[in-house]
Design a protein around this ligand. Sequence first.
Ligand SMILES: [Zn+2]
Length: 138
Amino acid sequence: MFDFGSFNVIFTVVMIFSLLIFVFVFAMILSSKLRSKMMKHQIKATKYMMEDSKEELSDIAAVSSNIAIKSRKKVLDENEELLTEMATRNASINKEGVEITARAIKKGLSKQVVHCKYCGKEIDDDSVFCKFCGKNLN
Ligand SMILES: [Zn+2]
């Protein structure tokens, strides 16, 4: 048997549900449009503000960069000793490196041909052991 009462209830529920969905979608569209409109206004307002206070803003930028420079200088002044020490150390490390390289090049250029006194094969002049026969050369 067809129950007209329960059909009515289902129909009403479906109607309310679709109405809710419709309202929700409408609100979403409206809110996104509203949001973009508000954003546009906000951007415009910011532009006007920046235009009006251009000089002020550039003053602020100048002052803040001045402060940054001053604070950097302060840090440098306060740590002068440490920084000098670091620079000196770096320089000496570099100097050492250059000296080692120069020594290696000099050695390479002036390499003397030496022969092992046991087997007679050609070996490096600073060898302690012969790389061919393995005997101690000192
Ligand atoms: Zn040898």
